[in-house]
Write a protein of this length. Sequence first.
Lengths: 413, 426
Amino acid sequence: MISFEKFILPNGLRVILHEDLATPLVAINVLYDVGSKDEDPNKTGFAHLFEHLMFGGSVNIPKYDEPLQNVGGQNNAFTNTDITNYYLTLPKENIETGLWLESDRMLGLAFSEKSLNTQRKVVVEEFKQSYLNQPYGDVWLELRKLAFRKHPYRWATIGKTPSHIRNAEMEDVKAFFKKHYNPSNAILSISGNISIKETYKLVEKWFGGISAGEKYNRILDEEPEQISARAKAITKPVPYDALYIAYHSPSRLDKDYYASDLISDVLSNGYSSRLYQSLVKEKKMFSEINAYITGEIELGVFVISGKIAEGVVIEKAEEEIERQLSLLKTKSISKEELSKVKNKIEANHTLNEMNVLNKAMSLAYYELLGDANKINQQVEMYRKVSQKDIKRVAQEIFKQEKANTLYYLSTKE
Amino acid sequence: MKLKREIAPEINEIKNIAFIQHSKFLLSNEIPIYSFKSGTQEITRIEFVFKAGNYFQKAPLYANTTNRLLNEGTNKYNSKQIADIIDFYGAYLELEVDNDNAYITLYSLNKYLDTTLEIMESIIKFSNFPDNELETYLNNKKQAYLISLQKVSHIARRKFAGLIYGETHPYGMQVSENTFDEIKTKNLTDFYKKYYSFNNCYITISGLFPENIYDTINGIFGKDKWGKGNSTDFNKQFNIAEKSTNFIKVDNVMQSSIRVGCHTINRLHKDYIKLVVINTVLGGYFGSRLMSNIREDKGYTYGIGSGVASFQAGGMFYISTDVGAKFTNKAMTEIYKELDLICDKEVSKGELETVKKYIIGNLIRNADGAFAMANIYKTIIDYNLPEDYFNYFISEVNNCSAKELLKIAQKYLSKDKMTELIVGQK
């Protein structure tokens, strides 16, 4: 049970404060409700590039990192399809330095040409390092294109191509900031060794004066219902074939999200899971195999991915996966197996709550989903999922006509 | 009243760091057990540390494979039964090996400790390395290895250890495709018998563990002298490799992976903490010189860093980065420029202050919570350091001067010492 207090400043900034006196640290998390789904299809990768620019100095502070490091702090950020999330931890004595830094970059950026120039290059290198210059690295670029036709989830957060990043202009940067980086579009959560009262005062002091800005009204292209299966084969100089199957699945906000998450655990969480035991250990069709959900807010994706074992034909391996999915659709899961995946969820949740930064991040994220208190209801939501739910949701997700299959073939043969 | 946003809030000194204290006991058979009690969640972390790392292996992957096969079958449970029980009780069992030690770590909800500890007992004391499990494991590892050969950074990391320590040194032994075909069950059972024994390990427990945990653990692990091994030590001498310049050409790559570094002192040396400080200035944090120059100014890379890794048989200093292929030579020039600079000129007062604050802040982060504290405390056990070592570390960091650091840089970071490796294009 995580207790917290929630405030909303007059400018619309949502503030969540959680006191944990056992740690000498404070974590400050600022979540902006903007992700790559909010990008122009011809200027993709921008939300993430923008995240880099947030470290290039703000209106009153030339360098973001230096003052933070000066007080023993550390920070980072990530961008995904839904959100851009900035976080820092620092010794409790210097919490105000953190609030000063975060509030100034919410107020305004320095918008330096030099920073834009450099970060374009840095992000292009990140693009290469994480996606293009490693075996199977571009899978998600391909898989999103295959699984989505209209929805902005059809491109990955890094962008469709490095050229979109190279072409980003200062005008775009300024417009993006104005549109998305407003208090009304942000959630500030703070956890750690704080006094709620004192911290609230400091938050008001540093964030209260930032003007609300225009409220962003999100309208996204809708994804049409998939009516027939899609498949694509690509051949690359990788040593082994790999198989990726993506299905649309319940979004993070859907009541069936929990069942879909448990299904992915039944299939591949831990060494006792079905896919690992049957397809890696017993039948030796795959050298590694995974099932997971993206848990995105607008629409979910359920992915099964595996590297085919030496000497195995990819079609045979695919049949085995289908057999496993069909088992979930036709045979009820045992009570014991369902308890197993639920126990794992509970333990995982407990471990997560031990870390001050995780708590700050989760509180902000659940607030974005509608209510920070959802953090305290998660285990219960999973516990409620029944054996029937598992079967029903598996039937809804794993429909033949809804499969998006990517055959990632080796040039070796 | 208008806020003065251009002025930073006052910096408050961190007066004292309250490290979580531990208790030390000996089991009946004298296995040391260190406990760190703190937290709010009913969950316990139990870790066994054996002196059974790479240092002790006769051929590559012996240490690692032995460790990873521990949970693939015992005299009582087969691989699937172990997985079923661990997963059913929501526990995590982690197996890991580094250059010096082998680790078996259990995270378990307190209410299930009786059952999860029984599994832990079985894999530590009665593991039996079934042939078919070993075969599957090695086939899959071989596949993963062949895939990783397509990543320049993986090739560089593997090769570099060999260049620094020499390929006959256990820290530097090279894996090849054949390695996976050559490992036999007997190699693992021999290694297991020799190194996984009561007199070659210690235990840490952390979290909000139940009161009776010592009795429970003593009952399982403390009663008899299990394992046939002898207490081992880090006393073999090895020839350390000569410095060298190396280029492994890989066609059709977008980035090159770079390593520059040398063999260096470990944590037992009196200069070690100062070396950590000057390394942090050079490449140990986001605001470091290498990051500021090569990423934030030039944009050649997504990231660059340097580090001092301490191992029992000697440390390693390294700079590591992946850069755009067309920037390879330019990045090398800048790396050597930074090495020259750090050996030529004293660090400025402001920069040194920032680095000191950063290092101490980082120590506080790494010590936050019982699990984290148990984790970093292993350094003190492994190197037999005084109990107040972390306070000593803090005062050493705070007291070192720019003048001393310049000498340390000249002594340990001179570019004449450095072995260089480029994997990719230049």
